[in-house]
Structure formats: structure tokens, C-alpha cells
Design a protein around this ligand. Structure first.
Ligand SMILES: [Zn+2]
Ligand SMILES: [Zn+2]
Length: 336
């Protein structure tokens, strides 16, 4: 099969052996695989060895089932929960599966089994979630990042009337905004790129250009600052800015990938009573809830998953990742 393989200085499209369906597993033909900041930082910071196949946001059709698999047949469509929660550690047993060490270090496409940037991928049945007919493969592939956003919103404790600031209006920030709004929150986003601000407006979310007095305007509209600021930009300098933006006694949720040190003023956090809530991954329950939000139409991800990219353009996708101006989720269709 054709797959995107991580090599020293680039991503290479190579012919590799097809995966096999081991007992308890299936092989999926991948129909859509999303690319996110995590993939980009694995590539840029060489966090995985040569030969790795990335892709942890994907959906497809079962083409082969392994021994002992009775409830899946070829032709069934599924999205994949790529984190193999161990189910036995203290974190898994206390509802904090998103922090399971085994799960995070063995996530498919992120250090665990090969991911979905390939024509085919093997997956254990425990990771499969059936796609209802209302959910096409592109929407199926964004269940994973939607679950990441849902965990951040849940940590932020968003209720009807909660004022929510969102820094960074890429797919993750926009997903968080849409979920916060569906929880009854009042959302105020900001981004340095005008096209992303426009995208937020088209989705009905309040948003400003970060360089256009966004903080002052949001503080004014929220009467003193948001109750919760979701930092989804991944810019280290945004963390302190979030603490300044949040209301006194408010909270800051950090949900992006950070790979550079950040300067913070602890005195400000202490005297303003700002809580810092780091958010990574999701619980299995949140993953299922994210699928449900898409299936029931409660969250319409349609406008963000319009286009797919062929496998052959993967290097260009990664090269322009930092400068990409629109907020559309990049989805690869390995069949193209
Ligand atoms: Zn991701
Ligand atoms: Zn665990």
C-alpha cells in the first residue's frame, strides 16, 4: 500500500506492506485522515523515529476482519479512537483516562501502531466506533479533534451564560467555540489571521483580530473578562496574555501543542486568582459524545471539512502548516 513515512528531513510517500488483521483487529481502508498541530510538531521536532506512519484522526471502511471478530464485517464504516487506554492504571480507574501514560505514549500514529496516513490501517475492535449514515468519512475523521476540544470545554466548566474567550481560531479553537456555544456559553475568539476571524464569524461566533485591541474589546463585552479563556493558539506568549484576559478568579485552559518555553508572571496569576487547567486528549466517554454531537447535528462541522487533499500533497501541507491562513481542517484522502 501507499503510505506517508516519516524520514529524516521530509515525509516520503512509499510502498509498504499492507497491514494484516490480527485476532481482535480489523483492517480499514482509510477514507479521510486529518492533520493537526501534533503531527506537525512530531515532524518538525523529530519526535518519532524514521519509518513512522503518522495520522491519529481517521475514519474508513472495514475491508478485513481478524479471528474472533464477530460484530464487524467488511463494508462497515468506522472512526477510530486512537488512544489505547490501559483500563487498569489509577488514572483510567478514576475517570482520568486522558492522562493514561500507556495510552498517550502508544497512540496510533503518535508513537504506537501505524496511523491513518496510508491507504490501509489495522485497528483493534476496541478502538472502533461505528459511523451512522448521517456521518460521512470526513466528519468521522474529525470526531477525534472534536473530542479534544470537548475535553477542553468540559475542563473549562462551561454552562449557560459562561463567558468564554478563545485564543487561536484554527480547527481546535473553532471546535471549542462551537461546543462552548452549544453548552450555552457566550464565546469571544481572537486570532492574528483575518481569514480565521472571518471563518469564526461565518460560524456565528464572536471574534476579533488579536492585533486590533481584541483584549480590551473582549474585556469590555464580558464586563471584566471571560470566566474561562481557552488557549488554542499554541503560541507560548499567549499563555500570559490569557491570564491577563481572564476575569479575576477565572480560569485558563491550555489545549494546544507547546514546544517552546513560555514566560509567565506568577504574581499576576496568584493575585488575580487565575487557575491553569492543562487539557490533553479526552476520555472514551468524551470521544463517544463528540461522535454523537456530529451525528445528531448538534455541532455542524461541515463548513470546516469541505475539501480533501491527496496523499501526494502531504509535504506541501506540512510545509505551509505554520502559514496556512484559513481555518479549514486539512483532511487527506489516501485513495486520491
Ligand atoms: Zn490531532
Ligand atoms: Zn491507564
Amino acid at each position: 500500500m501507499r503510505a506517508v513515512v516519516l524520514r529524516e528531513n521530509h515525509l516520503s510517500i512509499e510502498n509498504v506492506p499492507d497491514p494484516v488483521a490480527h485476532p481482535g483487529s480489523v483492517v480499514l481502508e482509510v477514507a479521510a485522515c486529518g492533520i493537526c498541530g501534533t503531527d506537525h510538531s512530531i515532524y518538525r521536532n523529530r519526535l518519532l523515529p524514521d519509518g513512522a506512519i503518522l495520522g491519529h484522526e481517521f475514519a474508513g471502511t472495514v475491508i478485513e476482519v481478524g479471528r474472533g471478530v464477530s460484530d464487524w464485517v467488511p463494508g462497515d464504516r468506522a472512526t477510530v479512537l486512537p488512544v489505547p487506554f490501559c483500563g487498569r492504571c489509577e488514572l483510567c480507574l478514576t475517570g482520568k483516562q486522558n492522562l493514561c501514560r500507556f495510552g498517550l505514549t502508544n497512540t496510533m500514529g503518535c508513537g504506537g501502531d501505524p496511523g491513518g496516513l496510508a491507504q490501509f490501517a489495522a485497528a483493534p475492535v476496541t478502538s472502533l466506533r461505528r459511523l451512522p449514515s448521517s456521518v460521512d468519512a470526513k466528519r468521522g475523521a474529525v470526531v477525534e479533534p472534536l473530542a479534544v476540544a470537548l475535553h477542553a470545554v468540559n475542563l473549562g466548566d462551561v454552562h449557560p451564560g459562561t463567558r468564554v474567550g478563545i485564543m487561536g481560531l484554527g480547527p481546535l479553537g473553532l471546535f471549542a467555540g462551537m461546543i462552548a456555544r452549544s453548552h450555552g456559553g457566550l464565546t469571544f475568539g481572537m486570532d492574528v489571521r483575518e481569514s480565521r476571524v472571518d471563518c469564526a464569524h461565518q460560524l456565528g461566533l464572536g471574534a476579533f483580530n488579536s492585533e486590533d485591541q481584541a483584549d480590551e474589546r473582549i474585556r469590555d463585552l464580558t464586563n471584566g473578562g471571560p470566566d474561562v479563556v481557552i488557549e488554542a493558539s499554541g503560541r507560548p506568549e499567549s499563555i500570559e496574555r490569557a491570564a491577563r484576559l481572564a476575569r479575576v478568579g477565572g480560569r485558563v485552559v491550555m489545549v494546544a501543542s507547546y514546544h517552546a518555553p513560555a514566560e509567565i508572571k506568577p504574581g499576576r496569576w496568584v493575585t488575580r486568582g487565575i487557575s491553569l487547567l492543562p487539557s490533553i486528549a479526552y476520555t472514551p466517554h468524551e470521544f463517544d459524545a463528540a461522535l454523537d454531537m456530529i451525528a445528531t447535528g448538534r455541532i455542524d462541522v461541515g463548513p470546516l471539512v469541505d475539501a480533501t487533499t491527496p496523499l501526494g500533497e502531504i509535504q506541501a501541507v506540512f510545509d505551509r502548516f505554520d502559514t496556512q491562513s484559513d481555518a479549514i481542517k486539512v483532511l487527506v484522502d489516501p485513495g486520491l
